[in-house]
Design a protein around this ligand. Structure first.
Ligand code: ATP
Length: 356
């Protein structure tokens, strides 16, 4: 049994423009201790998925179907108090903006102690000891004296570290990180990602890491799910996805990763924008932006398929493209070049002729 099993999750927002289907029949699972990445452009439904796990979707939104089983219990059928006891203790969340997660009028240390007292049966002294220990674990220098600092006395990177310490304070089994490093500069970003990875291993915590940057996923994740317009379009072990992406959208995302040691300007975005979620294009939602699209792509909606066997939704590497069910007459004609650099082996880019 996986730690988390999401099955056929659909989340809708009832707006003046119509019903926005932010998440559409989504299924995935996360094993205990696994680092699971969720990637996609803005509006793909990544945050709505994460909020659903904590049952934090607010009006005008509603979870309209599906099951979310955490340790075999369906979160969507629990009482509010049942969910509250899971939130922050068994499932914790770190958001992009550390400032909004920290209350400016309390010291950083008090806030972590409070979280510990709230979820665990610790007295004041023991909670303070554990908070200092956690600040030290996330590499806040001189943790004992920094315990009494207010959030504004911390740098952005230290604030995010403190938020991670708070999230880990109750030893959660699942940590959801929603764009945890987007607001930080690249050096700090690398440090924080390495810390999340180290801590997750030390505490044996599973992580759902949400980002729009495939490079971030490649750093620390085991498996990855690529989302587009509320649906998964590719799922794969991270190395396979990185070296051998199978969905044209993933290939497009890859070409927007800046490469280490590469001074040519390769930062491109995928032409076009995410479709209107009130009225999705017929067939494959990505077809209007796909350089390989054929007439059939506007008629048939592809489902997740094993890229090797063509079997429906079965196996490690799945992609939702008609290519894998024999529905295309042409080929997906792109190339991913793997280039050796001094530091790490990183795949390079699409063939220059394909501007996906
Ligand atoms: N409160 C809301 N009211 C109406 N629609 C909403 C609301 N919240 C989300 N949505 C819809 O759900 C879609 C998916 O949002 P979500 O925040 O999950 O995207 P995301 O992939 O996390 O993007 P980002 O990287 O920008 O956070 C949005 O494009 C929007 O159409």
């Amino acid at each position: 049994m996986a730690l988390l099993e999401v099955e056929d999750l659909t989340v809708e927002f009832y707006t003046q423009e119509g019903v926005v289907t932010a998440v559409d029949g989504l299924s995935y699972s996360i094993e205990r201790g696994e680092m699971f990445g969720v990637v996609g452009e803005s509006g793909a439904g990544k945050s709505v998925t994460a909020l659903s796990l904590m049952r934090l979707i607010e009006r005008p939104g509603r979870i309209t179907s599906g099951e979310i089983r955490f340790k075999d219990q369906n979160i969507l059928e629990m009482t509010e108090s049942g969910v509250r006891s899971i939130r922050g203790s068994e499932i914790a969340m770190v958001f992009q903006d550390a400032q909004t997660a920290l209350n400016p009028v309390y010291t950083v240390g008090e806030q972590i102690s409070e979280a510990i007292r709230h979820h665990l049966d610790y007295d004041d002294h023991a909670a303070k000891e554990r908070a200092i220990q956690l600040l030290d674990t996330v590499n806040i220098p001189d943790a004992e004296s920094r315990y009494s600092d207010y959030p504004h006395e911390f740098s952005g990177g230290m604030q995010q570290r403190a938020v991670i310490a708070m999230a880990l304070s109750c030893d959660p089994e699942l940590l959801i990180c929603d764009e945890p490093t987007t607001a930080l500069d690249v050096t700090i970003e690398a440090q924080i990602l390495a810390e999340i990875e180290e801590l997750a291993e030390e505490f044996d915590t599973a992580v759902q890491l949400i980002t729009h940057d495939l490079g971030v996923i490649a750093e620390i994740c085991d498996r990855v799910m690529v989302m587009y317009a509320g649906k998964p379009v590719e799922k794969a072990p991270v190395e396979e996805l990185y070296y051998d992406p199978k969905h044209p959208y993933t290939v497009g995302l890859m070409s927007s990763i800046p490469r280490v040691g590469d001074n040519r300007d390769r930062l491109q975005t995928i032409p076009g924008t995410m479709p209107d979620l009130v009225e999705l294009p017929p067939g494959c939602s990505f077809h209007p932006r796909c350089p390989f699209a054929e007439e059939s792509c506007s008629r048939t909606e592809p489902s997740l398929t094993n890229v090797e066997t063509g079997q429906a939704d079965h196996g490690d590497h799945l992609a939702a493209c008609l290519e894998y069910t024999g529905g295309l007459t042409g080929e997906l004609d792109y190339e991913v070049v793997v280039e050796q650099t001094d530091a790490v082996e990183k795949p390079n880019q699409l063939g220059d002729d394909q501007n996906v």
